[in-house]
Design a protein around this ligand. Sequence first.
Ligand SMILES: O=C(O)COP(=O)(O)O
Ligand SMILES: [Mg+2]
Length: 238
Amino acid sequence: MPAAITPQPPLRGVKAAIVDLDGTMLDTVLDIHAAINLMRADLHLGPTPVTQIRDMIGKGSEKLVRDVLALDLGAAEVEQRFEQAFDAYQRHYAAINGNHSTHYPDVAAGLQALQDDGLRLACVTNKPIGLARPLLEQKGLSHFFDVIYGGDSLEKKKPHPMPLLQVCEDFALAPQQVVAIGDSSNDAQAARAAGCPVLTVPYGYNHGESIHETDSDGIVDTLLHAAKLIRLHNSATN
Ligand SMILES: O=C(O)COP(=O)(O)O
Ligand SMILES: [Mg+2]
């Protein structure tokens, strides 16, 4: 009789982690909100509330700026004014980047624990790389990462699997050996499409939806919790 096949826990044998930025490591909504309203003022549009902006985060800056313009303008005018708005947003954001952003609990401790356990780390964010790199640097997190990809680093951004698959190639690992950790369905969809296991945190920005609606291999309270869970699964292998 053939031996019973026990299902492999998805975190078994994980050797690297891809960590999302906005809503996972750093609470950046106040920076994004401030830059959006400075941009809107340039275009003679009134301010928007932070709650509205929070639900729009996650699909990259181009989509965010288009969605924000669409609050007041029709489709044709959005396209007409997009370039000016996008330039203004990036300029204002660069000037205040990090001023109103804070670490979520146990972010540095979690990254340190993952690294101590021998995992290689990559950051994959939809934030433009020109904003993501200095922000990670300023917040003392960039040294954890061997690789950092922004939303404009590659041809496609999350939820497309391309940036995740690029990390797997960089690390010479199979997607099943690389766990993605993020705050939104955008991260989970990219991970599923790449074939990576995925853990989600419940405290970030998930397009106004509960994280419980998102397909994931586990919800972790913090990155430290993620590290402990991965350690548990990996020690079960030996
Ligand atoms: O800038 C965004 O749209 C969100 O970026 P994230 O991928 O780090 O959550
Ligand atoms: Mg995010």
